[in-house]
Write a protein that binds this ligand. Structure first.
Ligand SMILES: [Zn+2]
Length: 224
């Protein structure tokens, strides 16, 4: 034994264990720890993101949306204003608007919402709007027709680069997540989104949330 090292103290070498075996052991420990890491799952109701041009058209030129409360992702907020979604088969009044303004307007629906409105919204990653569905938006002050922008948001996890390292995943990865609701379910194809601007949370819509027996505070784990 190294005379500098008292029993129980780490000398940087493990007697009787080769470097290869040690690597294997560390790999197993890391894998075991990663299996136990979890994150909060948040259910997102239907909502709209608006461009500057569309805020002008729906609320009046130069109108500033009101920040009513902050959301889990830094800088994102729920607005006090509401908008009606008008489809060929039905309308959804009082739909939430999330700020801040975006370059392109985007409407995020559940498949149930889309069916109710009578629109064919594709499942898409946020921002991937080419060929997505059109829809009419209305407020007491104005009305617009979005040529595209209506999607069913792909289930996703927001992470910082530090979280991604901990979970052993990278931006753009697709993973399977067990959501531990009252009727637990594994959701596949969950998009990993990594940015220093994010905070750790998984986002699903209410169709998915109900399927898992979701209640606030439910956690998700990545299935390896
Ligand atoms: Zn999200």
């Amino acid at each position: 034994m190294n005379p500098e090292t008292r029993p129980g103290q780490c000398s940087g070498e493990t007697p009787g264990m080769g470097a290869e075996a040690l690597d294997l052991l560390v790999g197993r420990v890391v894998a075991e720890v990663r299996k136990r890491l979890s994150f909060e799952v948040e259910a997102s109701g239907r909502h709209v993101h608006l461009s500057r041009e569309h805020v002008d058209a729906l609320f009046g030129k130069g109108y500033i949306l009101t920040d009513s409360r902050g959301l889990s992702q830094p800088g994102q907020f729920l607005c006090s204003e509401r908008v009606a979604l008008v489809g060929p088969k039905g309308a959804l009044e009082n739909t939430a608007i999330l700020g801040p303004e975006r370059k392109e307007s985007q409407v995020e629906l559940s498949i149930t919402d889309a069916t109710m409105l009578g629109v064919k919204a594709p499942v898409r990653d946020s921002g991937d709007l080419e060929g997505s569905a059109p829809l009419r938006l209305r407020t007491p002050k104005g009305e617009i027709v979005l040529e595209k922008g209506v999607i069913v948001a792909q289930r996703h996890i927001h992470m910082t680069p530090q979280d991604a390292e901990l979970f052993g995943v990278a931006d753009g990865d697709r993973v399977s997540v067990r959501v531990a609701g009252s009727r637990p379910a594994v959701l596949e194809g969950v998009l990993v989104r990594v940015s220093p601007r994010y905070s750790l949370a998984m986002h699903i819509d209410y169709d998915e949330a109900n399927a898992c027996g979701y209640t606030k505070g439910v956690r998700g784990t990545i299935i390896r």
